[in-house]
Design a protein around this ligand. Structure first.
Ligand SMILES: [Zn+2]
Ligand SMILES: [Zn+2]
Length: 170
């Protein structure tokens, strides 16, 4: 007998399935909105409708500088990021109603970046559950979630459905 999936696993599996729709080769992110165990919306990172996506037009890369601490020393590291896509969390907010979101849970394959976290903080949701971590913005995102009282947790001991957990280029 196979054990019945927990709700966490069930909704995170859906988020991973949704993420496979993404056409950005650098990162496939999926997000779902859940209200009282009911699925109210799904979204992935992608270019706006009617606009060529990363698979057709290539990624739109910008270079950013990050401060990293290595052995107690601060180092400035240049990193490339694709800005062609609207992030999954932002698309999720664009395609759901504020009223539906009040008190809901967002399951997202990746820990939200600062901008998405800031928007989610103002979206009416009550909880965020993520799987893959994103250390870059972690400290400020966690501080924000504490301030606004949104539950924020990583899904531990979780295995994404086969073939959905893409290698991520940073
Ligand atoms: Zn891209
Ligand atoms: Zn984001």
């Amino acid at each position: 007998m196979t054990r019945r999936k927990s709700w966490d696993t069930y909704f995170m599996d859906i988020a991973y399935m949704v993420s496979t729709r993404s056409q950005c080769p650098r990162r496939h992110v999926g997000a779902v909105l859940v209200q009282g165990k009911k699925l109210l919306g799904t979204a992935y990172n992608g270019a706006p409708m009617g606009v060529p996506d990363c698979s057709e037009a290539g990624c739109m890369l910008v270079e950013e500088y990050e401060i990293k601490r290595v052995d107690g020393q601060e180092q400035v590291v240049a990193k490339q990021r694709c800005v062609r896509t609207i992030h999954a969390e932002q698309n999720l907010l664009l395609f759901t109603d504020r009223h539906d979101r009040e008190g809901s849970i967002v399951y997202v394959t990746d820990q939200p970046c600062w901008t998405c976290a800031n928007m989610l903080a103002n979206s009416g949701i009550a909880e965020i559950v993520y799987h893959r971590s994103y250390p870059k913005d972690q400290d400020k995102v966690m501080a924000l979630m504490n301030q606004v009282g949104i539950r924020f947790r990583r899904l531990e001991n979780y295995e994404p459905p086969a073939g959905t957990d893409e290698a991520v280029t940073n």
